[in-house]
Design a protein around this ligand. Structure first.
Ligand code: FES
Length: 156
């Protein structure tokens, strides 16, 4: 079946099977930041933004995203110009093995879009659906706090 998706601002016309998961379609199209973790919607490694909201792509059919705007971590910044969240994740030492990083970035990005000045509790709540197998949660929270400050134009 033909499926039209807007992925990271680019409209793509894709040929997908009716039972294909969004996770598998995105990886097949080269969006390797979308990780294949638990397969059950529990770990957050496969998180993408659907119309700006974090969703586990491993429990969503590609066809269910028809007409939606899909954002993957590839859409946040580039090699030449990192998103402030990507910069602070690196600077705060919040990237360990890296497997959870894309999903964490997207959940944090969605949070900061709706709340530019989140409390620590709100950050932890926003990241609750993303598991870090290296258990680097404190640095992840610090990275999001620093990115929020940067995006508000404050010195950090
Ligand atoms: Fe989708 Fe774990 S792989 S939530």
């Amino acid at each position: 079946m033909e499926l039209e998706l807007r992925i990271n601002g680019v409209i793509k016309s894709l040929d997908v099977a009716p039972n294909e998961l969004l996770l598998n379609v995105l990886r097949r199209e080269g969006y390797y930041s979308v990780k294949h973790g638990c397969d059950h919607g529990h770990c957050g490694a496969c998180t993408v933004l659907i119309d700006g909201l974090p969703r586990p792509s491993c429990v969503m059919l590609a066809m269910q995203a028809a007409g939606a705007t899909v954002t993957t971590a590839e859409g946040l910044g580039s090699l030449h110009r990192l998103h402030p969240l990507q910069e602070t994740f690196i600077d705060a030492g919040a990237v360990h093995c890296g497997f959870c990083t894309p999903g964490m970035l997207l959940s944090a990005y969605a949070l900061l879009q709706r709340n530019p000045n989140p409390s620590e509790e709100e950050i932890r709540e926003a990241l609750a659906g993303n598991l870090c197998r290296c258990s680097g949660y404190n640095r992840l929270v610090q990275a999001v706090q620093r990115a929020a400050a940067l995006l508000r134009g404050e010195d950090i």
